[in-house]
Design a binder for this molecule. Structure first.
Ligand code: GNR
Ligand code: NI
Length: 172
């Protein structure tokens, strides 16, 4: 297992549309394990394969609190089959360090996916889990939280992230 590097906006690889997983191979299982390790190391509530430059339709989520046992959920070829209600949630993203913004989402979703063994499951999610599922599914489409912000916030976040990337590049 390995902690992988998380790509930061405006890395163009975050815009790649992820491809469906055709078969659960040992390499796919290794990728899932690396994603979980990377998510826990960050730490984050979720991680999409696109964020580590692997454009496969896979994300992992763990919304358990620090005082609860970890509850890793693996989603391969996920689809939202039902959405209900509306919610505004303060979201963060590991690809936008230091950025927290309110984003509008469906408040409940039913998601269908395969787990790490290739077994199909359906999950009814609300609260943070529902928000995270939608956030991660966006990543697989190359859609980022900045795309869901109003024009003013979008411009501020874009400039902040581009400056940050330039500063870090010149420090190297
Ligand atoms: O760690 C994360 N926290 C979070 C908080 C509110 C809504 C969504 C998220 S997902 C984010 C990790 C991440 O960037 N996943 O792609
Ligand atoms: Ni994210």
């Amino acid at each position: 297992m390995a902690v992988r590097t998380i790509l930061h906006y405006p890395d163009p690889r975050l815009r790649e549309k992820a491809r469906p997983v055709a078969e659960i191979t040992p390499a796919i299982k290794q990728l899932v394990d690396d994603m979980a390790e990377t998510m826990y190391a960050a730490p984050g509530v979720g991680l999409a394969a696109t964020q580590i430059g692997e454009p496969h339709r896979i994300f992992v989520i763990d919304t358990a609190n620090e005082d609860e046992p970890s509850q890793l959920r693996v989603f391969i070829n996920p689809e939202i089959v039902q959405r209900d209600g509306e919610v505004t949630w303060e979201e963060g993203c590991l690809s936008f360090p230091g950025v927290v913004e309110e984003i509008d989402r469906a408040s409940k979703v039913r998601v269908r996916a395969m787990d790490r063994e290739g077994k199909v499951f359906e999950l009814d999610a609300d609260g943070l889990l529902a928000v995270a599922v939608q956030h991660e599914l966006d990543h697989l489409e190359g859609v980022l939280m900045i795309d869901r912000m109003g024009a003013l916030k979008k411009r501020i976040v874009d400039r902040k992230m581009r400056r940050r990337a330039e500063t870090r590049a010149s420090a190297r």
